[in-house]
Design a protein around this ligand. Structure first.
Ligand SMILES: Nc1ncnc2c1ncn2[C@@H]1O[C@H](COP(=O)(O)OP(=O)(O)OP(=O)(O)O)[C@@H](O)[C@H]1O
Length: 678
């Protein structure tokens, strides 16, 4: 092939991306040469871009009129063989796995672009798998570690063990977030010949040269995992790093496929969906996005622990020199992944690659398959309505999250309203004081206050610091703590309203009187009520903020020095913590009704989100289907996720895993909130 290497341009070297993307142009095959009656004309040119290895691929007419070429980290040309790719790209990664890192090597491209040849080898030439394994075995022997291999394929988004026929493999996430493949066999390998027997054994796929184009079984993703194990002092096997090599299924535009084989079209659709998912992951990693959508497909789930963190990934985009539309698509996608940044997430998708931009619709680059319920990306940079449930709440108006009832953008304003953080600190300060001080017995009385379910404050304070009693030693102390009490007392309303009809007022709190809550709730003592009921409770509390509190504190005379109350209350789910206050606190700071309102609203939003996520993590299929935006398929997928991980939804962002966009989540939560006011 005639290729030109042009001199470097003025372009600066690009920042190193997380996923390295190189191209490999395969040589023309005999049949291609035969059909063109001689060596076909070169239609692809590799141009060096800068002093680093970065290159541009000029394809077809672009050689003469190219404005923006397809950029790659590097590209191997037709005459460069797999050994060269191995020594330049893969061998340097092997030392990393001996230091505990994981590495993924992916062969991506259109059908017949040379992916299997690169990974598995063909025509007597070894592929990357054998070359890497030989090196790993030799290194491993030197340090006394052993090598285990697994071999699997992903067919229609299901994983099968290729070393154990018909054995399905399940991706699970343990409590520590580690990915585990249940049912996948790991076979110890001591020599390259052992490996070759396994690799080309009867369970293995057909070799590249023997593939039948109409065979659906060869259109699968095929993965090989080489795991290194060491022995620690207790002789327990300890896993070091691993290398995953994946021969991805070829990308094919299903619209161009003949209708004759519906099974083939179906499996191709699955393959493409998982390829989109993979592209989304690579894009997110290279653009250093906060959220990487590993859960979109089994393929990406498997790769998660080899791609995230400091692990390294190499993607080799195989290029068929005949340059069909699928090859152009693969080149275009790879180039964009290579240049992924947060800023060009949307702007580059339309791209200026005239040739591909028209033929590669934006949706495909955004890698969202709208028909799929499990592979959506919906990365639209949408505003979060509620923020995330497990973040420290921020009540100042400098937040990005509008209120439940309003979808108006939140203005950034300066305000004296304290944040939830500040309020929490106040409460911590109060409770800490109690722990330190002994109140003179004669003057003491107790105020037991249970906070409503999961206010922002209780979530943080409950488990560690709060006591069951608030003890007042004198009227002076009550005065000094007035601002805090104004904040805390209304919180008792949630519990108290059932029996005493309203929150205690400040005037009820005085030495010699007790306001108490005798209930001892445990959040785990009984099943949670339906989410609608719980949300209604939250809303009631919110409503109470806008109404004048009714003085309904129960006062009981002091018996001796011990203050107690006989207020009977129904236990209410979930547990509401009690707090202990000391009125001698000297560092009391002001809390205005506005502060109270801001703080509580923030807590309510957080509570609502938390309850909603808890519901998604525990509800039955039918219950899930009753939610706005959840149908049969999505409910099934949620159940599937719950099988893989005990608590798949930890924050609102996780709902994107089931194909909900930020906008949909926003709508979902708003609907839930609205329902409470009907
Ligand atoms: N570097 C190479 N040198 C010689 N022949 C090659 C090379 N790469 C690929 N080929 C040949 O090209 C043909 C297609 O290659 P291969 O089967 O590896 O493609 P593929 O991308 O894996 O295809 P599919 O997507 O259908 O699985 C094979 O006949 C293979 O032998």
């Amino acid at each position: 092939m005639a290729s030109q290497i042009a001199d470097s341009t003025s372009q600066k070297p690009r920042t190193r991306q997380k996923v390295r993307i190189v191209g490999k142009i395969r040589p023309f095959t005999d049949s291609e040469i035969d059909s063109s009656q001689g060596l076909p004309a070169a239609r692809i040119v590799v141009q060096k871009l800068d002093s680093s290895d970065h290159v541009a691929l000029l394809v077809g007419d672009q050689t003469s009129s190219q404005k923006e070429p397809y950029k790659f980290d590097y590209c191997y040309e037709q005459d460069e063989d797999t050994e060269k790719i191995y020594s330049q790209e893969v061998k340097p990664l092997i030392s990393e796995i001996f230091q505990g890192s994981n590495v993924a090597v992916l062969a991506y491209g259109a059908c017949a672009s040379g992916k299997t040849h690169i990974i598995q080898g063909s025509n007597g030439k070894p592929g990357l798998a054998s070359l890497a394994l030989a090196e790993i075995l030799s290194k491993g022997k030197k340090i006394g570690s052993s090598v285990l291999v697994s071999f699997y394929e992903i067919y229609q988004d299901r994983i099968y063990d290729l070393l154990k026929p018909k054995q399905e493999v399940f991706v699970l996430e343990n409590n520590g977030g580690k990915i585990q493949l249940r049912g996948l066999s790991q076979v110890p390998v001591n020599s390259l010949s052992d490996f070759n027997i396994l690799y080309s054994g009867e369970h293995n796929q057909q070799k590249a040269a023997e593939k039948h184009l109409n065979d659906t079984r060869h259109r699968t993703h095929k993965g090989l995992t080489i795991q290194i194990s060491g022995a620690n002092n207790d002789s327990k096997i300890t896993a070091l790093g691993k290398m995953m090599l994946i021969d991805l299924a070829g990308y094919e535009d299903t619209k161009r496929m003949p209708n004759s084989n519906p099974y083939l079209a179906e499996s191709t659709k699955f393959n493409n969906k998982s390829l989109y998912a993979l592209q989304n992951v690579i894009y997110a990693l290279n653009a250093k996005e906060k959220r990487v959508p590993f859960r979109e497909a089994k393929l990406t789930r498997i790769l998660q622990d080899s791609m995230e963190g400091n692990n390294k990934t190499l993607m080799i985009t195989c290029v068929n020199p005949t340059l069909g539309p699928d090859t152009i698509h693969s080149i275009s996608v790879s180039s964009r992944l290579c240049q992924a940044t947060k800023a060009n997430r949307t702007s580059t998708v339309e791209g200026s690659h005239t040739l591909s931009a028209k033929k590669t619709p934006r949706a495909k680059f955004l890698l969202v398959d709208k028909k799929t319920n499990y592979a959506p990306s919906a990365e639209k940079g949408g505003r979060k309505l509620f923020g995330t449930a497990n973040h420290t709440p921020k009540c100042t108006r400098k937040q990005e999250t509008p209120s439940v009832a309003s979808s108006e953008p939140v203005q950034e304003t300066t305000s004296t309203v304290p944040s939830c953080d500040q309020m929490q600190k106040k409460c911590f300060a109060i409770s800490n004081k109690v722990a330190l001080e002994h109140v003179p017995e004669k003057e003491e009385c107790s105020l037991h206050i249970s906070l409503p379910l999961d206010t922002s404050m209780t979530a943080e304070v409950n488990q560690n610091s709060l006591q069951e009693e608030i003890t007042f030693s004198s009227s002076k102390a009550i005065e000094s703590l007035t601002p805090q009490l104004e904040y805390i007392l209304p919180l008792a309303h949630h519990v108290d309203s059932k029996n005493i009809g309203g929150p205690p007022k400040l005037s009820d709190v005085s030495p010699g009187f007790v306001v108490s809550n005798e209930n001892k709730y445990s959040p785990f003592s009984r099943p949670s009520p339906p989410i609608s009921a719980r949300l209604r409770e939250i809303t009631n509390t919110l409503k109470s903020l806008s109404s004048t509190p009714v003085p309904l504190c129960v006062k009981t005379p002091i018996a001796g020095n011990i203050c107690y109350s006989q207020v009977s209350r129904e236990p209410i789910e979930p547990s509401t913590p009690s707090i202990t206050l000391n009125l001698d606190a000297e560092d009391a700071t002001a809390a205005t009704p506005r502060e109270v309102y801001e703080t509580r609203s923030c807590g309510l939003k957080k509570s609502m989100v938390k309850e909603y996520l808890k519901y998604l993590n525990t509800a039955s299929k039918e219950e899930l289907k009753s939610l706005n935006g959840v149908g049969e398929k999505r409910a099934n997928y949620i159940l599937e996720l719950r099988e893989e991980s005990p608590e798949p939804f930890k924050e609102l962002d996780d709902l994107k895993e089931v194909g909900l966009s930020a906008k949909q989540v926003n709508r979902m939560m708003r609907k839930a909130a609205e329902a409470l006011f009907i």
